[in-house]
Design a protein around this ligand. Structure first.
Ligand code: NAD
Length: 317
């Protein structure tokens, strides 16, 4: 595909900002559109490239961008459970109205569209590992429903624009991703455990910690998304690291990596928390030639230095 002009919604967020870096590095012109509800302008403040611009905007409103657009990457959405519990209506709106506006723009510009979907479309899964042809086990009226159902709707809308309007679409089902630029207090397991370990506070594990997660390092995720964008696969593709861990093992890994004296304490498991989570990535391997390269030990070390710096800065200010 010819390199060109890309619109990325949610580009000031964790994944969006790393993707923006990659696109600029690959010589794309990038327009980032974000209302900063959960993102941070600091994530893109280092980008000095003249091919980059930022528009502070809520994408649930009508989107207008002058000139040609070759690709739209729709990453806008609160993504951590703490965020979508704080912003339930905004989460539903950006998954539904925001996806509609972004697809409408893709249709009018003849642009390729990539949706950042999620492993949460599988809900609390009844099959393991999760394959793309599994339809999921989601509670629509539970507290996580605002996120899970918004993304399921977004996938359905994306396929409808593909089938009925001929928009070229891609759907990335992203599994838990971690790395630099996550917020210290976004409530997700890795930043929470790292901050607690670095401060030598108790590490709070939900339930008995036997629930599993599979964590993918950000550089691997960005590469998977980039490959999917440039592929011809319009059905959903799982992107994630199949290296599965219990949450308790993860807490212990972080204590070891940080050489912390923190103790592990157990708290009540949140409602509808998935008990198991592991991507089947055979499709990504076969169709994109992609699999994660960075193991948890290396990824955690890279992330740790970022969190240490952030904590030190927060202490000084
Ligand atoms: P994030 O919160 O860091 O980034 C989301 C960005 O979207 C933020 O910058 C936020 O300000 C912006 N945003 C939200 N609503 C908006 C609106 N109405 N208009 C404009 N901008 C808006 O989260 P993230 O972890 O980078 O997630 C990015 C995307 O990837 C999300 O769509 C998320 O659902 C998906 N995803 C992430 C993960 C993960 O592990 N991080 C897993 C699965 C899916």
């Amino acid at each position: 595909m010819k390199k060109g002009r890309v619109l990325i919604t949610g580009g000031a967020g964790f994944i969006g900002s790393h993707l923006t870096d990659r696109l600029i590095q690959e010589s794309y012109e990038v327009i980032c559109m974000d209302n900063l509800i959960t993102g941070d302008i600091a994530n893109i403040a280092h980008i000095r490239d003249e091919k980059f611009s930022f528009i502070h905007y809520d994408v649930t409103n009508y989107i207008y961008v002058e000139g040609k657009i070759d690709c739209i990457l729709h990453f806008a959405s609160p993504a951590s459970p703490m965020d979508y519990h704080s912003f339930p209506i905004q989460t539903l709106k950006v998954g539904s109205l925001g996806t509609h506006k972004a697809l409408g723009l893709a249709k009018s510009k003849g642009a390729r569209f990539l949706l950042a979907s999620t492993s949460e479309v599988y809900g609390d899964p009844l099959i393991h590992p999760q394959r793309e042809d599994y339809w999921g086990n989601v509670n629509p009226v539970g507290p996580r429903g605002v996120y899970d159902e918004a993304k399921r709707f977004a996938e359905a809308l994306t396929m409808a624009y593909n089938r009925y309007h001929g928009v070229e679409t891609r759907i990335a089902r992203i599994f838990n991703t971690y790395g630099q630029r996550m917020r210290l207090n976004d409530g997700r397991a890795i930043p929470t455990f790292m901050v607690q370990a670095l401060k030598e506070e108790d590490i709070t594990v939900f339930g008995d910690g036997t629930q599993t997660r599979s964590f993918c390092y950000i550089d691997d995720m960005v590469d998977g998304i980039y490959r999917l964008l440039h592929s011809d696969v319009n059905a959903p593709v799982n992107l994630g690291n199949p290296e599965e861990k219990t949450v308790l093992e993860m807490a212990k890994d972080i204590i070891r990596t940080t050489k912390s004296k923190s103790k592990i304490v157990f708290k009540t498991l949140p409602e509808d928390d998935p008990k198991i989570r592991q991507p089947d990535i055979s499709k990504a391997i076969a169709l994109l030639g992609w699999s994660p390269k960075i193991g948890l030990a290396e990824g955690l070390l890279n992330t740790l230095s970022y969190f240490e710096n952030k904590l030190n800065k927060a202490r000084k200010s």
